[in-house]
Design a protein around this ligand. Structure first.
Ligand SMILES: Nc1nc2c(ncn2[C@@H]2O[C@H](COP(=O)(O)OP(=O)(O)O)[C@@H](O)[C@H]2O)c(=O)[nH]1
Ligand SMILES: [Mg+2]
Length: 452
């Protein structure tokens, strides 16, 4: 997610080799500045950051550690805009949120992501409201998302006025005791008066607890500019940065917080409803500095893995009893967690591994699809005990899965090897072994037991 910035810092840090060496510090700062600009950080922010880091480093005495400390402190300061963090519930439900932003910024997708987050992690009853009546397709898009994530949607095809829609939606929300109402509004390609007037009218009737501005991080400095305009004209309480998974250079996060002065609340990093995470400055700073984000990982993982199950699984792995059912279950858990790469980058020291793994696509990997087809063709007993598979059964499974028996043999062998390795990893120093293996694989597959 923050590859570019992380690389930049690493490069800069490498330049500091000596103690009390002004020349080394200047060089490091120069490197940092160059790479920050390259990472699309606004020049004003870069200037401020460099100035602060220099002052702080000197205060503590020049050195690698001092430089890192200063960098961490400064990043934290710049990212920590005043205001609410994450999702804040109103004292009296429903909490009403107005989602705003330009067309294509990711409002509708983000509305569904937030709904998913609130439903699954906060166990809230959420109502999404289709108040983008500019495009017919907009309602259909939300309808599909509503079905997919199983969150209610309020829509009214009989009116072209978003104000009416919002009024009726809020009435319903009161009657049916919804906890949260998320209003998806229309955007434009660029800011114009008509849009602002419509939003003001919607805002007046919605009386939202908070207004979120969804900014496309790929638009770089434009995101900073438009967010500023929305803040002045409508008033925004938080920014959600979407499309952080793309070619975004990352620097925009610093610009929004520091220049717009509005806290970043969430970050979207993919097209799936789960691809959203709470933005917390301390987490991001740690990640930027390559230290990982254990807290974030634990939160995500705890959502999909049942602790008891994880323990059972670990026992099985240790005993060499890891079977195909366990494998399928783990795959499913991984898929639920969404973006593997972003998960890995949260584990300390795994930043590089995440990079190597960027091409593993759990949904579309051919290998995994085949493996799933093979497992699905097995009987329940065979799934529990891979040793039961003899040649005639393998042939039948191959037929069932529509694959060649050679492939079935290969997959089974791979699976057994993986189970063996998992057993090894479950012992002492497991993580190190795992990391070594993953880097060798270069993203060629997924060992079981990764999720322990
Ligand atoms: N890769 C990626 N695509 C996103 C993300 N958020 C939204 N999109 C895509 O961006 C496009 C526009 O999103 P949409 O929600 O329709 O934007 P809206 O016009 O503001 O409602 C869609 O194709 C989304 O799938 C994200 O975080 N990552
Ligand atoms: Mg939309």
């Amino acid at each position: 997610m923050f590859d570019v910035l992380t690389d930049s810092f690493t490069n800069a840090i490498k330049k500091i080799r000596f103690k009390d060496d002004q020349k080394a510090l200047s060089k490091a700062l120069g490197e940092l500045k160059k790479s920050l600009l390259k990472a699309d950080v606004h020049h004003k922010v870069v200037r401020e950051l460099i100035k602060e880091v220099e002052i702080e480093t000197k205060k503590a005495g020049i050195g690698k550690e001092q430089f890192l400390d200063a960098l961490r402190k400064t990043l934290y300061k710049l990212l920590d805009a005043k205001g609410n963090k994450g999702f804040v519930f109103a004292s009296k439900p429903p909490t009403v949120i107005l989602m705003t932003g330009l067309q294509g910024s990711g409002k509708t997708t983000t509305t569904a992501k937030l709904a998913t987050y609130l439903k699954e992690q906060k166990k809230k009853k959420v109502l999404m409201v289709a108040a983008d009546l500019q495009r017919l397709a907009a309602i259909e898009q939300l309808r599909q998302l509503s079905n997919q994530i199983e969150v209610d949607l309020f829509e009214d095809e009989n009116t072209k006025n978003p104000v009416d829609v919002v009024r009726s939606a809020l009435k319903l929300a009161d009657e049916k005791l919804y906890d949260v109402v998320l209003i998806d509004t229309a955007g434009r390609l660029a800011i114009d008066e008509e849009l602002m007037d419509e939003l003001k009218a919607v805002k007046d009737v919605a009386n939202p607890d908070e207004i979120f501005y969804v900014a496309d991080s790929l638009t770089g400095q434009d995101a900073v500019r438009t967010a500023t305009t929305f803040k002045e004209k409508i008033g925004i309480d938080g920014v959600i940065l979407s499309k952080y998974d793309g070619d975004s250079k990352g620097g925009v996060a610093l610009g929004i917080a520091y220049l717009v002065g509005v806290p970043l609340r969430f970050i979207g990093f993919g097209e799936k409803p789960q691809d959203l995470e709470v933005f917390l400055p301390e987490r991001i700073v740690n990640r930027l500095m390559g230290l990982g984000d254990i807290e974030g990982l634990a939160e995500k993982a705890s959502n999909v893995i049942d602790e008891k199950k994880a323990k059972e699984l670990n026992k099985k792995i240790k005993k060499g009893k890891f079977n195909f059912n366990d494998f399928l279950e783990q795959m499913e858990a991984m898929r639920k967690m969404g973006n593997m790469k972003s998960l890995l980058s949260m584990i300390p020291g795994m930043g590089n591994m995440a990079k190597a793994l960027k091409d593993v696509d759990l949904e579309n990997s051919k290998e995994l699809k085949h493996l799933r087809a093979i497992i699905n063709s097995m009987t329940p007993k065979e799934r529990e005990d891979p040793d039961l598979l003899n040649n005639s059964r393998k042939a039948r499974i191959a037929k069932g899965a529509g694959l060649d028996v050679i492939e079935v043999n290969r997959m089974i062998k791979q699976f057994k090897n993986a189970a063996k390795m998992a057993k090894k990893f479950s012992g002492k120093g497991g993580m190190k072994d795992l990391q070594a293996m993953m880097s060798k694989m270069g993203g060629g597959g997924m060992p079981p037991g990764l999720m322990r």
